[in-house]
Design a protein around this ligand. Structure first.
Ligand code: ADP
Ligand code: MG
Length: 396
């Protein structure tokens, strides 16, 4: 357990400069923030600090600039969106590495907010550079990490800086992510099922290995199912298959026994662009000239019943090519079944970049118990790995 922002004596925050690492890595379109979910997710921490009279200095990365400033990846548009959400001005710190920036943080009013420019404009960021971390640390008197989505990377603004400022504590979003994902792994209400999909088995082997001993069932979907099908000797046509993972797939089928469930049927088409000729077939009837793009309605129904009988459901990876209708139907059915289960008290957790995007795009994020803001970070946490950004924080 990590020390939490809530556990700090509130009176100690008054007038303090609190350096907060947030994950404002949001999509930008024509200089405007597209989806502001990640910004909203950090508002509880920011508002709490403002309410305690702290001066709030925010750090984040955005996109992948190549180790130098890139005007197209400036955080300025994010600052403007944050101003709207807070209904308060946000001072933009263009050069957070300078003495002027330090002066600016000292002159912020109590409850004032400043946002530093993209941390990845500095080559030292991704190298976890001590000098850069020192510059960042000079902007605050204590450190709060609320950037779950960046916690799997040991970078200057997520790891090194946490050793330089004390206390270094978990913000409300980080704490919430660790609580939901952590409880699913360590202390789930049962029955506990995991639903895993997506494109590749290769990226999910460690996840399946870590989950198999913990869950009552794993339901497989996505292209990943096809590698399992081929390992079982089924014809998969032109589906996406990883031939170099057939051995692993056989091992997982053996270890999983009846806890590992594969789709009984699929929606297939000759090509992604030929959706008009798509059809549902049982899994042993996939023609050579077709590819699998989704789970079929029977499978969606079977998975739906298992979801409704569960007390905890963890979902990572879409069931089909949800970006291209009608191959979003399987993913949508799973989301619906989970939303209904949530209403009846099931703990439903979505972790994974594309799965979270699918659920959000379908307007169902609010109907889940928790939709993780971390794609890669959620995956690594669920694989049982220690996240360096979390490890560097003070213990509770
Ligand atoms: P997450 O980001 O939630 O962990 P992944 O990145 O593992 O999910 O997988 C998401 C991708 O998998 C999506 O882009 C989706 O189109 C793709 N996918 C799912 N099913 C299939 C399929 N049957 N054939 C090809 N691609 C698929
Ligand atoms: Mg993904």
């Amino acid at each position: 357990m990590k020390r939490s922002l809530a556990a700090l004596d509130g009176s100690r925050l008054d007038g303090q400069r609190v350096l907060v690492r947030v994950d404002f890595n949001v999509p930008l379109k024509d200089g405007v923030v597209g989806d502001d979910t990640r910004i909203r997710a950090s508002l509880p921490t920011i508002e709490f600090l403002r309410g305690k009279g702290a001066r709030v200095i925010l750090l984040s990365h955005l996109g992948r600039p190549k180790g130098g400033p890139d005007p197209g990846l400036s955080l300025k548009p994010v600052g403007r969106r944050l101003e709207q959400l807070l209904g308060a001005p946000v001072r933009f710190v263009e050069h957070p590495e300078t003495e002027e920036a330090v002066t600016l943080t000292r002159r912020l009013p109590r409850g004032g907010v400043a946002l530093a420019e993209n941390t990845r404009f500095y080559p030292g960021e991704e190298k976890n550079d001590a000098e850069l971390a020192k510059r960042f640390a000079a902007l605050g008197d204590l450190y709060v990490d609320d950037a779950f989505g960046s916690a799997h990377r040991a970078h200057a603004s997520t790891e090194a800086v946490a050793h330089l400022l004390k206390p270094a504590v978990a913000g409300f979003l980080l704490e919430k992510e660790l609580r939901y994902l952590g409880e699913a792994l360590d202390n789930p209400r049962r029955p506990f099922i995991a639903i895993l999909g997506g494109a590749k088995v290769s990226g999910k082997i460690e996840l399946i290995d870590h989950l198999l001993p913990r869950v009552d069932r794993i339901l497989i979907g996505g292209a990943m199912a096809c590698t399992f099908f081929r390992a079982m000797g089924l014809e998969v046509g032109r589906s996406l298959v990883e031939d170099d993972r057939l051995e692993v797939a056989r091992r997982l089928i053996e270890q999983g026994g009846d806890r590992l469930i594969l789709p009984s049927g699929c929606v297939i088409a000759p090509d992604l662009r030929e959706a008009v000729t798509s059809m549902a077939v049982p899994r042993h009837r996939i023609p050579v000239s077709f590819a699998v793009y989704d789970i079929d309605p029977n499978t969606a129904r079977e998975y739906g019943s298992l979801i409704r009988e569960s007390a905890t459901v963890l979902w990572n990876g879409p069931m089909g090519v949800f970006e291209t209708p009608p191959f979003d139907a399987g993913t949508r059915s799973i989301a619906m079944a989970m939303a209904e289960a949530t209403e009846r008290g099931t703990v439903t957790i979505v972790g994974g970049g594309d799965s979270a995007a699918a659920v959000t795009g379908m307007g169902m994020a609010d109907r889940m118990t928790h939709v993780s803001t971390g794609g890669g970070a959620a995956l690594e946490f669920l694989e049982g790995k220690e996240l360096p950004g979390v490890a560097a924080l003070d213990d509770a």
